[in-house]
Design a protein around this ligand. Structure first.
Ligand SMILES: *[C@@H]1O[C@H](CO)[C@@H](O)[C@H](O)[C@H]1NC(C)=O
Ligand SMILES: *[C@@H]1O[C@H](CO)[C@@H](O)[C@H](O)[C@H]1NC(C)=O
Ligand SMILES: [Ca+2]
Length: 341
C-alpha cells in the first residue's frame, strides 16, 4: 500500500521535526510558532502579546488549556489572534477528553476550527452556527441515537455510528449545523474514535494540501495514523483563524488541548498551477461535488439485505426475460417452418 507508507513516512518526518525542533534550524521553519500553542503556554489568557486568546470557561494550567471542566453548561475556547495566510498546512492537535460520566453519559465534545469568525460564543461546540470555514468536531455524545425509534427507522446497523465520532464540515456562512442529527446532513465525512478516558496520548491531524482535506487520528497509543477522511476539492480561503472550542450541556467532560502545532507544508507547484490558483481565488468556502459525496453516502447506506434482494430480483428478472425470449423465438421458428411446408 504505497499510500499508507507515504503517510508513515510523513509521520516519521513530523515526529523527527517535533522532537528535534529546538536543535534543528530547518525544522524550526517548518513549525510555525505564531500559529502553534504549546507548553508552557506563555502569556496565554493573561498577556495581550500572546498569539492566543482565551474565551468563556477556558483556563490555562501548567499541563493543558482546559476548554471546559467536567461540569454542566460550560463553554470555552482558545483562538489564534493572527489570520493564517499559508496555502498548505497541517495542524497537529494533541488533546484529551476525560470525565466522570459513564459511556454516553458525557458530552458534548470539542472542535478545531479554521474560520473567518473568532471569539464568538455559540451552539456548535462553543462556536457560532453558520460559521464560515472548516470545522473538525470530536462529537462525544450521540444526540440522534438518543431517539432510538427514529434511529431504527433511518439507519441499518451498518450505517449506525459509534461515538465519539470525528466529523468534518465546511460552512459558507449560511449552512446550519444540525445538532439533533449530530451534523449528518452537512458532513464531509468522518470516523469513530474512542478517545475518552485513555491513559495514552491522543492526536488529531488535519492536513490541507492543494485543496485536499485529510483528517487522521492517532488514538491507540501506537504512534500510527489512522485515516479518517480524505476529500479533494475543498476550497478554503486564506486569512482565516485557527481555534479550538468545546461545550458541555446536561452532560459534561474535561476538554483539554495540550498542544496545537501548525506546520507549513512546502508543495512544489508548476507555474501553470500557480497561475490557475491565482486566477481562481477562493473567497467563499465550498466543496466540489458535494452532491456526489452525499450520493456516495446513501449508496453506502444500503444494507446487506437490500443488496441481496436487489441482486436476487435482478437475476429473477433476467431469467424471466430469457424464458420469454425462448418462448417467443420457438413460436416464431415454428410459425416460420409452417410457412415453408
Ligand atoms: C452556501 O451553501 C449552500 C448549500 O450548498 C448554498 O445554497 C448557498 O448558496 C451558499 N451560500 C453562499 C453565500 O455561497
Ligand atoms: C443560519 O442559517 C439558516 C439558513 O440560512 C437560518 O435559517 C438561521 O437563522 C441561521 N442561524 C443563525 C444563528 O444565523
Ligand atoms: Ca452530538
Amino acid at each position: 500500500m504505497p499510500f499508507k507508507s507515504h503517510w508513515t513516512f510523513a509521520f516519521l518526518i513530523l515526529t523527527v521535526s517535533c522532537c528535534f525542533a529546538d536543535d534543528d534550524h530547518e525544522m524550526e521553519e517548518f513549525l510555525k510558532r505564531e500559529y502553534s500553542l504549546s507548553k508552557p503556554y506563555q502569556g496565554v489568557g493573561s498577556s495581550g502579546s500572546s498569539h492566543w486568546e482565551l474565551m468563556g470557561d477556558a483556563m490555562v494550567t501548567t499541563e493543558q488549556v482546559r476548554l471546559t471542566p467536567d461540569m454542566q453548561s460550560r463553554q470555552g475556547a482558545v483562538w489564534s489572534r493572527i489570520p493564517c495566510h499559508l496555502k498548505d498546512w497541517e495542524m497537529q492537535v494533541h488533546f484529551k477528553i476525560h470525565g466522570q460520566g459513564k459511556k454516553n453519559l458525557n458530552g458534548d465534545g470539542l472542535a478545531i476550527w479554521y474560520t473567518k469568525e473568532r471569539m464568538q460564543k455559540g451552539p456548535v461546540f462553543g462556536n457560532v452556527d453558520n460559521f464560515t470555514g472548516l470545522g473538525v468536531f470530536v462529537d462525544t455524545y450521540p444526540n440522534e441515537e438518543k431517539h432510538i425509534e427514529a434511529q431504527k427507522k433511518r439507519y441499518t446497523p451498518r450505517t449506525q455510528r459509534i461515538f465519539p465520532f470525528v466529523l468534518a464540515m465546511v460552512g459558507n456562512g449560511s449552512i446550519s449545523y444540525d445538532h439533533e442529527r449530530d451534523g449528518r446532513p452537512t458532513e464531509l465525512g468522518g470516523c469513530n474514535a474512542m478517545v475518552r478516558n485513555l491513559k495514552h496520548d491522543t492526536f488529531l491531524f488535519i492536513r490541507y494540501i492543494r485543496r485536499r482535506l485529510t483528517v487522521m487520528i492517532d488514538i491507540d497509543g501506537q504512534h500510527e495514523w489512522r485515516d479518517c477522511l480524505d476529500i479533494p476539492g475543498v476550497r478554503l480561503p486564506q486569512g482565516y483563524y485557527f481555534g479550538a472550542t468545546a461545550i458541555t450541556g446536561d452532560l459534561s467532560d474535561n476538554h483539554d488541548i495540550i498542544s496545537l502545532k501548525l506546520y507549513q507544508l512546502t508543495v512544489l507547484r508548476s507555474p501553470k498551477e500557480e497561475e490557475e490558483e491565482e486566477e481562481d481565488e477562493i473567497t467563499i468556502p465550498s466543496v466540489d461535488n458535494m452532491e456526489l459525496l452525499r450520493m456516495g453516502e446513501s449508496e453506502e447506506g444500503m444494507s446487506g439485505i437490500a443488496i441481496f434482494f436487489t441482486v436476487l430480483f435482478s437475476m429473477l428478472g433476467c431469467i424471466f426475460l430469457i424464458v420469454i425470449g425462448l418462448v417467443v423465438y420457438s413460436h416464431w421458428n415454428e410459425s416460420r417452418r409452417k410457412r415453408f411446408y
